[in-house]
Design a binder for this molecule. Structure first.
Ligand code: 13P
Length: 256
């Protein structure tokens, strides 16, 4: 078994040309351990600039580029949406799908998210499928039920074999942007549940799927989190906007 580690930056609705320059400068000197992919997900208008800056600065082997969302539709009258074909044309390799902010503010359902994962896979774009429970759900001991209800529609739609090309990010909603990280034990326990849930359908696939933790990951807590057996890296919000912190997080990750 060999799983790559992934450190993905979700810039959310932050950053622009200046941050692209800073991240390019910063990652020029980053020292990554073996089997690590760094993925930067800026807003749509900046994808193309990031891709060309990475190329010009010979960082295109280090920096992979991802979108923060995609449309499930191929093309047509969907004002404001961005298709996988458009992203493919730019050589975008990853797409965050089903982030909790999209689920809560834009009312994306697990069924719509499953359609998006399918669209990404068909276009050869690696989906970073986000799942996670709210604080109330954790307190009510509903975490596993919620995660299962978020995963099952995707498994039903794309088939478990396709999960070999999927990255899952477990982001407890109560830990996002709050400074409250899940303890490494709690995060590991939940990641283990996710892997076992997939293993019930296909153990080989479950072994290979990278599972990222997200929610207030920073330069100080990443080492303990990434050391957990079922945590294969992180999806980083706030700390990814601070390049020195992000560099520490990237250089801490290691493939398993
Ligand atoms: P923070 O790292 O800011 O908590 O955000 C996590 C997140 O939502 C990444 O997708």
């Amino acid at each position: 078994m060999a799983r790559r580690a992934i450190v993905a930056a979700n810039w959310k609705m932050n950053g622009g040309l200046a941050l692209i320059n800073t991240i390019i400068d910063g990652l020029t000197s980053v020292e990554l351990q073996e089997n690590v992919d760094v993925v930067i997900c800026p807003s749509f208008p900046f994808l193309s600039e990031l891709i060309s800056q990475a190329k010009v600065n010979k960082l295109d082997k280090v920096i992979h580029v991802g979108a923060q969302n995609i449309s499930a539709h191929e093309s047509g009258a969907y004002t404001g949406e961005v298709s996988t074909q458009m992203l493919q044309e730019l050589s975008v390799e990853f797409a965050i799908i089903g982030h909790s902010e999209r689920r809560s503010y834009y009312k994306e359902t697990s069924t719509q998210i499953a359609h998006k994962v399918n669209a990404a896979l068909k276009a050869g774009i690696t989906p970073i499928l986000c799942i996670g429970e709210s604080e109330a759900e954790r307190v009510a001991e509903q975490t596993e039920t919620v995660l299962a209800s978020q995963l099952q529609p995707v498994i039903d739609e794309v088939g478990i074999e396709k999960f070999i090309d999927v990255v899952i990010a477990y982001e407890p909603v109560w830990a996002i942007g709050t400074g409250k990280t899940a303890s490494s034990e709690m995060a590991q326990e939940t990641h283990k549940f996710i892997r076992q849930f997939l293993a019930k359908v296909n153990a080989n696939v479950a072994d290979k799927v990278p599972l990222l933790y997200g929610g207030s990951v920073n330069a100080s807590n990443c080492e303990e989190l990434f050391a957990q057996p079922d945590i294969d890296g992180g999806l980083i919000g706030g700390a990814s906007l601070q390049v020195e912190q992000f560099k520490v997080i990237c250089s801490t990750a290691k493939g398993k």
